[in-house]
Design a protein around this ligand. Structure first.
Ligand code: DC
Length: 232
């Protein structure tokens, strides 16, 4: 029933598999899925394409902050899944590149960028019936979400998963650089002043280092069913 729809917030470390879990749950329960990380990645690509990130990786926060509200970010359903649109162009492939991954954390640490994207993310949740994954969904975007999950796994497990993902997409990368990027992003995400990555007090932790996708799905669906059933 419509009035029983809830908000599901799935936060966690980079490459912890939270997006796959969130996507699967959304499709299983008929909710809308929003990848908030893709929104930060799209803004990063915009900054790269518009000369707002120099060769040392420094971001022109003021220039990007002034532009951010005018950047259109949307999602389109394609036969192979959800694609991210940046000012109307399909950028799904570009935003997953290692180059964007290397620049996204400093962009996501800029308060004006977070403010603009957080506002848009809250709008997506107005009708409930949404599964959103990210870093601060259970803490800042939807502090009152009925279901909150915090996903974690060892950096090595996450680096291996990310490498496999990149290779599956035909992109070149080596394990050591991917692991360094995972550790680096963890550090920036956890120590930034604005909305750092941290577990919400009422989030349920899932360490999926030794879990198969099927085990994670079963765990997630059980939690969802328990929450929805008790809410009635
Ligand atoms: O989940 P991801 O790896 O695609 O996220 C990309 C970056 O965006 C990551 O470095 C952290 C940042 N991010 C964030 O700060 N807040 C969110 N809600 C989602 C992502």
């Amino acid at each position: 029933m419509e009035q029983n729809k809830i908000i599901v917030a799935i936060d966690g470390y980079s490459s912890s598999g939270k997006s796959s879990m969130a996507k699967w749950l959304a499709s299983r329960i008929g909710y809308r899925y929003i990848d908030s990380g893709a929104m930060y990645r799209a803004v990063t690509l915009f900054a790269m394409d518009n000369g707002m990130i120099d060769s040392n990786g420094n971001v022109d926060a003021e220039a990007l902050g002034n532009e951010v509200d005018a950047i259109e970010i949307d999602f389109a359903i394609m036969p192979d899944g959800q694609h991210t649109l940046l000012n109307g162009a399909d950028v799904e492939r570009q935003i997953r590149s290692l180059e964007v991954s290397q620049h996204v954390s400093p962009v996501a640490a800029i308060p004006m960028i977070r403010k603009s994207l957080t506002r848009r993310q809250k709008e997506f949740g107005q009708q409930k019936g949404i599964v959103m994954d990210g870093r601060d969904i259970g803490t800042t975007v939807f502090p009152h979400a009925e279901m909150k999950v915090f996903v974690t796994a060892t950096p090595e497990t996450r680096a291996r998963r990310r490498l496999r993902e990149l290779e599956d997409k035909g992109m070149k990368a080596d394990y050591e650089s991917v692991l360094a990027n995972v550790i680096d992003r963890d550090h920036i995400d956890e120590t930034r002043a604005e909305s750092p990555l941290r577990k919400a007090a009422d989030a349920v932790v899932l360490d999926n280092s030794d879990m198969t996708p099927a085990m994670q799905q079963e765990w997630l669906l059980n939690l969802f069913n328990t929450i929805v059933c008790c809410k009635k």
